[in-house]
Design a protein around this ligand. Structure first.
Ligand code: MG
Length: 275
């Protein structure tokens, strides 16, 4: 199950080492070839693997706000294709483990502190569509303003957050792969409107000895705008500190996060794809 991990403070020596390595690294934003190891220029886990930024770094530049595509423009692509696995059609929660979240008016709403919403079925590599909504007027500040998350395989989070007007750190805004990769731009709609994610996820592959041979990758379209382009994940998404990979089965449930905030979801469907 996904767990938030507490941040920690690195010592001065670690900080200096990290800063030195930051100057030597280069960005790696596309997937390594199968079998290629992840870039790991920075042994200090409070930095991203390329050593360029601290995890959850407030100094990391915020993506530029851009216009989203309209719901009308996205109507065709939001419709589940024939053969897709319908996880939530606005009425039926049978694809999910029993939950205390609220089902009403065609959406499912987080009931804070009742736990994650977890799919009955497990999935690996997939194409996923999910729509989400945060309250208007906004409630809370920074990471407590409409925080939830889409956890592929219950381990790899695409952040959900009201970041229409929110100065929180770049790798924690909507469209971010949490703690690893800010979205390239910010095409969020105002709170109180539905936001669309279309995610192509390739699972990580481990060999028989449990060694990572191919990292997970994600491509994310946020309101029809590409914000993550085949990003190779550094491991499980975690707070304040890089975690690396834990070996896990080839298929795991999809989870939606209870971060203590009221967030709604609707129209969730998925298609398994080849690894
Ligand atoms: Mg979250």
């Amino acid at each position: 199950m996904p767990q938030r991990r507490d941040g920690f403070n690195i010592g001065f020596t670690g900080f200096i080492l990290g800063m030195a390595l930051a100057g030597l690294s280069s960005a790696a934003t596309t997937a390594p070839a199968p079998g290629q190891q992840l870039p790991n220029a920075c042994p200090d886990l409070s930095f991203t693997a390329d050593g360029k930024w601290k995890v959850n770094d407030n100094a990391r530049p915020k993506p530029e706000k851009v216009a989203p595509k309209s719901e009308a423009e996205l109507a065709a692509s939001a419709k589940a294709p024939a053969g897709a696995i319908i996880l939530f059609d606005g009425k039926d929660l049978s694809a999910w483990k029993p939950t205390k979240w609220k089902l009403e008016n065609g959406y499912i709403e987080v009931v804070p502190k009742t736990g994650y919403l977890v799919s009955e079925q497990s999935f690996g590599s997939c194409r996923l569509h999910v729509e989400w909504w945060t309250p208007n007027p906004s409630v809370g500040t920074l990471q407590m303003r409409g925080n939830s998350g889409v956890f592929l395989m219950s381990h790899y989070e695409v952040q959900v957050l009201d970041t229409y007007d929110n100065p929180t750190y770049a790798d924690g805004i909507a469209g971010a792969i949490y703690g690893q990769s800010p979205p390239s731009v910010n095409p969020i709609r105002p709170p109180g409107q539905w936001q669309y994610y279309d995610i192509v996820f390739h699972r990580p592959i481990f060999d028989a000895a449990g060694k990572l041979t191919t990292p997970a990758t994600m491509t994310v379209d946020f309101n029809g705008i590409r914000v993550q382009d085949n990003f190779a994940l550094e491991g499980i998404t975690s707070h304040g500190r890089r975690h690396g990979y834990d070996v896990h089965p080839d298929k795991q449930p999809l989870s939606l996060q209870d971060h203590g905030c009221v967030v709604r979801f609707r129209n969730i469907w998925l298609e398994p794809i080849a690894d």
